[in-house]
Each structure stands twice: as structure tokens, then as C-alpha cells.
Design a protein around this ligand. Sequence first.
Ligand code: SAM
Ligand code: SF4
Length: 330
Amino acid sequence: MVDVSEGITDRFGRKFEKLRVSLINECNFACTYCVSDDANGRNHLEPNINTAPHQKRLNTREFIESITLVHDIVNLKSIRLTGGEPLLYPDLAGIIREIKLLGIDDIRLTTNAYYLKDKSVELKQSGLRAINISLDAVDGEIFRMMSGNQRMQRVLDGVDDALDAGLDVKLNAVIMKGKNDNQIIPLLRYAGHKGIDIRYLELMKMGHLYHHMDGFFFSQQNILDVIQANYFITEVSRKKSSTSNYWNVPGIGNFGIIANESVPFCGDCNRLRMDSFGNFYGCLSSSVGIPLMKESGNREKTVDSLKRLLSYKQSHHFKGNEMTMRYIGG
Ligand code: SAM
Ligand code: SF4
């Protein structure tokens, strides 16, 4: 492997070290911030972008070819598999094994965990190290309203399955004002009871929320105010390139906040993204995708394309994107 990653560094010293792969853009949930219904009840996936219907989802071999192409140039440290819902990808354990064979040991998954029960052991044995489980409520009715799914217990069983398998587990909860902000404390207590960290996410301007968030935005400060009204907290210093700011609650554990809007972390972002059709994106705010495999015979051209993708990163502030998270990979 010829590591030319130092040559693909921008004026802020940023380079690509982590890759997020959206394995599949379909999902069995319809989270209210991720999927919108139009007047006819149809789901919007990605308005106004060039997702030509002729684009075909990659299979495991094609994903691995694309990942290898990039890894040979930038020497990836970590890969997160996401979606859509990655547990719907038919060969999840297989693709994890193939990534591990590339010499990338830090393999992570982001999932709604609905189909996780009884799968964690196999995923861990395949090489999965860590898992982020999205859980926006521990009240069944609020969970249903947030996710469009009635069976919260399946997700809670998924959390236990991942813990029993010895995976490193974190919870993610997107907080929306007036919808699930009353779940902040119950979620914190649930995470503390399970001995895992929870990260609260500020709502991001993605997909149907790009033009307006309808007053649902609940900031890092709002979240801290709710927790501080109940607990004494201390700040934990942020790791370089981390998406979260962390705090500790004595007797409960750590919680984080991903404050993309109010405390942006673009300044040291090291993430590259790939959608399920093989298009690469330099930034969550960019809808310019480059299908790197199409130019794979020409290494210099691939290096130039990676430099171009890096230049699409925001210098400071996340701008949002008309594409939904489940298309570009959250
Ligand atoms: N389906 C999986 C899941 O929900 O964990 C993986 C894909 S999902 C797009 C990845 C993460 O993006 C989830 O934690 C989800 O809550 C988050 N997400 C999606 N849309 C979002 C938005 N508009 N603002 C903030 N977070 C969002
Ligand atoms: Fe599906 Fe994840 Fe989007 Fe929810 S956030 S609809 S689980 S892709």
C-alpha cells in the first residue's frame, strides 16, 4: 500500500481517516426527522438530487472494491456501516469479514436494532467492534410517534443482545422539541442502568428539514438545561475529530451531545462517505457524489477526486443537505 494520505490534506490539516458506508437506503422505520410523507402519503427519500433510477445498489464484492480503492490511497483507520437500515443488507456479516481482511480492524455499525436480536454474536465474530443503536424514546407511544414502529421492545432486546455479545454499545437519540424532549432523563437513566453511554443528537437540516425545522430544534444548551435541572454534571474533554461533546453524571455515567448545529465540529472532521450506489461524498453538507470506481484504472485521477471531495468540507459550519441521512449515510 502506498500511503499518499499526507498529500490529501486541506488547509485545516484535515484528511480522510474514517469512512461511513450506507449499505442500503431502504429502512423498516420511518423516523419523523428522516422520512417525510407528502400529501399522498408517499415517503420522500432524497428530493432534487441526481439519484438516477438506473443506479444499482452495490453488492459485497463491489463495495469491497470501492473501499479497497480508497483504503490503498488514504489508509483508512475505521469504517462505520450504516444506511438506511444496515441490518436489512443481506450480507452484513460477510461484508464485515471482507473489510477485516483488508486490515481495517475498527469496524462499527449504526442501526435501529429492530433485527439485531440473535445476530450480535455472529456480527462480533465476523469482526464488528462497536455498535451505535438509535433509540429516541423509552416510552412506547413516543417511540412509535418518533419511529413509525410499534415494537420498541424489539429494539430494547437488540440492545441486550449487543451487550451480551460483548460489543461496545452506545445509544443515539435525536431530540425534537415538543416530541421527545421529555425522554432525555428517562433515556439517560436507561443508559445508566445498562452501563452504556448515550449521545443526544441535535436535529440536523437534512432531507425534508433542509428548508425549515418547524420549531422542532432542541439545542445542546436546551438538553444540558434539562439534565442540569436533575443532576450535577461535569464536562469531559472532547477527543480530536469526535462528533460529540461529553459530560459525566456521577452515579450514572457519561452522556454526549452531537451538536452539529449549535457547536459545529467541522474544523477537524476526518470523515468520507459512500452511498449504496458507490458514490463518495466529502461532507454531509455536500450532495456532490463521485463514483470513484468508474475511474479506478487511473490512480492519479482518483487522488484528484479525493482532493476535490475534501475541498467540499465546510470550513466551520454544517450547512445542511437536501439529501436525507439514510441516503448519504448517517
Ligand atoms: N437506520 C440506522 C439508524 O437509525 O441508526 C442507521 C441510519 S440513520 C440515518 C443514522 C443516524 O442518523 C441515526 O442515529 C438517526 O437518528 C440519525 N439521523 C437521521 N436523520 C437525522 C436528522 N435529520 N438529524 C439528526 N440525526 C438524524
Ligand atoms: Fe430508518 Fe435510521 Fe432513518 Fe430512522 S433514522 S428512518 S431508522 S434510516
